[in-house]
Ligand binder design. Structure first.
Ligand code: AGP
Length: 369
C-alpha cells in the first residue's frame, strides 16, 4: 500500500496530484494543435450516426453524472445537439422514450456500476446507438457499448473520484469539438483556440496544485463548519455539485450544491455567520450575476470562499478567502475549478480524522442496485 501511494499519505491526495499527468495522458495523441483537429479513434465508425442524431442522452451516477452535466453544456454549446442528462438509476425504472435516432452516452469510471449498465442496456433494447466513456479498460460497460472513448486516467483507488472527473470532462470536451466540427456548428477560430487551451490545461492544473498549501490553511479555518453551500453558474454549476459531493463523502459534512440563481428560491434561508459559501465564479458572461449573489450572501453574514480567475479583482475583494485559478475558456473552466474543491474536501476530512480513502458506507464501485 505504502509503495503504491508513492509517498502520499492517501490515495486520494496522490490521485489529485496525478491530474496533470492523467489529463495529459487522456489528451495524448488525440489533439492536433497545428491542424486544429481532434482524433478519437474509438468513435471513427460511429461519428456519422452520432452527428446525425436527434438527441444525445447522457447517463451516469455520482461524479460521472456531474461530468455528464458538464457534457450537456458542452454538446449544446459546441455541437448544437439537444442533450438530456439522466441519473442512470432513475432512467432504468422510467418508461423512457428512446428511438433509433437517439444516442446514449454512458459515463462510468469503473465501467461496472449496476445502474449505469442497466440504463445502457435499456437504451440498446430501444435501438439507440450506445457509447461509453470509461476508465477501466475491458470493463463490462466498455464491452457492452457499441463504441467509446477511454479516459486513460490510470487506476483510481480512492473512493472519492478526482482524476476520473477531470479526464471524463476532457473526453467530453474533445467529443463536443469533434462533433461541432462535423456538424459545422463551431467557428474555426474558436475550435483552434479551444484545442490550444485544452492542450495547456495540464500545466494550469499544475499551477493550482502548487497553491495547495493555501487551500490547506483555509481548510483549517472551516474544519468544524456543520454545513457548506456551493454555488456555481453554467459550466460551474456541475462543479458546485461535485464540490459538495466530495465534502459529504469524505468529511461527512452536510453540503449542498446549487445553481447560484436558485439560492433565492430557498437555500438563502440557511445563510448566517456559520455558513461557508463556496462560490465558483469562473465563467465570464455570468460574472456580474455572481457578484450580486456574493453580495446577497455577505449581507446575511455568510462567509465567502471564492474559486475565481486570478484577474477577477472584484470577486477576490469581496471574498473572505479566494483561490485564484489561471485564465482559460469558460467551457474548460471545470477542469481547473474542480481541483481546489477536491483539495478543500481532502484537507477538511484529514483534519476531522476521517478515513479519506475508504469513507464509511461507501464502495468504490456500486455493482448492486
Ligand atoms: C464519486 O466520488 C463517488 N464515489 C461516486 O459517486 C461515483 O462517481 C459513482 O458511484 C459512479 O461510479 P462510476 O463512475 O464507476 O460508474
Amino acid at each position: 500500500d505504502e509503495i503504491e501511494k508513492g509517498g502520499y499519505p492517501h490515495f486520494m491526495l496522490k490521485e489529485i496530484f496525478e491530474q496533470p499527468r492523467a489529463v495529459a495522458d487522456c489528451l495524448r495523441g488525440r489533439l492536433n494543435v497545428e491542424n486544429h483537429s481532434v482524433q478519437l479513434g474509438g468513435l471513427t465508425d460511429v461519428i456519422d450516426r452520432l452527428a446525425a442524431a436527434d438527441r444525445l442522452i447522457i447517463a451516469g451516477c455520482g461524479t460521472s453524472w456531474h461530468a455528464g452535466l458538464v457534457g450537456e453544456y458542452l454538446f449544446e454549446h459546441l455541437a448544437r445537439l439537444p442533450v438530456e442528462v439522466e441519473y442512470a438509476s432513475e432512467f432504468r425504472y422510467r418508461e423512457p422514450l428512446i428511438s433509433e435516432d437517439d444516442v446514449m452516452l454512458v459515463i462510468s469510471q469503473s465501467g461496472e456500476t449496476a445502474d449505469t449498465l442497466a440504463a445502457l442496456r435499456t437504451a440498446k433494447e430501444h435501438g439507440a446507438l450506445a457509447l461509453g466513456v470509461c476508465n477501466v479498460v475491458g470493463s463490462t460497460i466498455a464491452r457492452d457499448t457499441d463504441a467509446g472513448v477511454y479516459t486513460h486516467a490510470g487506476p483510481e483507488i480512492g473512493v472519492a473520484s478526482t482524476k476520473a472527473f477531470t479526464t471524463q470532462v476532457s473526453v467530453l470536451v474533445m467529443m463536443a469539438i469533434l462533433l461541432g466540427q462535423k456538424r459545422g456548428t463551431i467557428d474555426k477560430e474558436y475550435a483552434a483556440r479551444l484545442i490550444r487551451e485544452l492542450n495547456d490545461i495540464p500545466g494550469k492544473i499544475e499551477k493550482i496544485l502548487d497553491q495547495s498549501d493555501s487551500v490547506k490553511r483555509m481548510a483549517e479555518l472551516f474544519t468544524y463548519a456543520p454545513n457548506f453551500l456551493y454555488l456555481g453558474r453554467t459550466y460551474n454549476f456541475p462543479v458546485a455539485l461535485e464540490g459538495a459531493l466530495k465534502l459529504k463523502e469524505i468529511s461527512y459534512i452536510h453540503a449542498e450544491g446549487y445553481p447560484a440563481a436558485e439560492m433565492k428560491h430557498g437555500p438563502i434561508a440557511l445563510i448566517d455567520a456559520m455558513m461557508p459559501v463556496v462560490v465558483i465564479a469562473a465563467t465570464d458572461h455570468t460574472n456580474d450575476k455572481m457578484i450580486s449573489n456574493i453580495e446577497e450572501v455577505k449581507a446575511r453574514k455568510g462567509r465567502i470562499i471564492a474559486i475565481t480567475g486570478a484577474e477577477n479583482k472584484e470577486v477576490i475583494d469581496l471574498a473572505e478567502f479566494s483561490c485564484p485559478i489561471p485564465e482559460t475558456e469558460d467551457c474548460l473552466s471545470p477542469l481547473l475549478t474542480s481541483i481546489p474543491l477536491q483539495l478543500l474536501s481532502y484537507y477538511i476530512a484529514v483534519n476531522r480524522g476521517c478515513d479519506v480513502d475508504q469513507p464509511r458506507n461507501l464502495a468504490k464501485s456500486v455493482t448492486v442496485e
